[in-house]
Design a protein around this ligand. Structure first.
Ligand code: HEC
Length: 171
């Protein structure tokens, strides 16, 4: 930019900023709305069928955890893995909250899904403390929450952890 160009620009810009402007009052003190980030329009939306969620997330982690808690001793890795599995079951409880039937049974569903989530959360805490006895009891408690919902919503299966035979549950 040449020197003349710079001076020309100053003369052009400065009056616009500071001299009174007949339309907007004091030029330079015009308020512009603060820039606001638009609120996200994303909402929680279920994609998978409940059955898929059960198979792929809830039950898959339940079975893995049950297997680990069967052992008499867990090493560091097994405890860490168990904690992750319990937490993923708890998260699947959150996902169940999105899948309540839109009728008079909704409240029951929400309560049972929430109970299951909280029970899995408690289990994760015992696992974190590496208390095998309490972790096992917590898994039994969790199974009770699974079954309560299955019973209420006509899913024909019983979750029965730590059974001696190879088939751990009646389906
Ligand atoms: C809030 C309700 C609810 C809770 C809590 C719940 N389930 Fe389910 N579950 C269902 C419903 C409903 C079905 C039947 C889905 C279908 O067949 O469409 C089902 C089906 C299943 C199935 C059968 C899937 C198949 O392939 O047919 C398994 C296994 C299962 N659940 C495991 C679990 C375990 C393990 C837990 C607890 C950690 C649990 N569920 C907790 C509602 C629940």
């Amino acid at each position: 930019m040449t020197r003349t160009g710079a001076i020309g620009l100053m003369v052009f810009v400065i009056p616009g900023l500071f001299w009174p402007n007949p339309v907007h009052g004091q030029a330079g003190v015009r308020r512009t709305a603060p820039s606001v980030t638009p609120a996200s329009t994303h909402r929680l939306v279920p994609f998978a069928e409940t059955r898929l969620l059960m198979e792929g997330l809830t039950n898959a982690n339940f079975l893995g955890l049950e297997k680990l808690l069967r052992s008499e001793q867990l090493d560091d890795e097994a405890w860490a893995f168990s904690r992750g599995q319990a937490l993923l079951i708890a998260e699947s409880g959150n996902l169940l909250l999105l899948r309540s039937p839109r009728d008079s049974r909704q409240e029951t569903w929400m309560r049972l899904a929430g109970d299951m989530r909280d029970s899995a959360g408690q289990l994760a805490r015992w696992v974190q403390r590496r208390d095998l006895g309490r972790s096992r009891s917590a898994l039994m408690d969790l199974a009770g929450k699974c079954n309560a919902c299955h019973q209420a919503f006509g899913a024909d299966l019983q979750i029965r952890p730590f059974r001696k035979d190879t088939g751990d549950r009646d389906e």
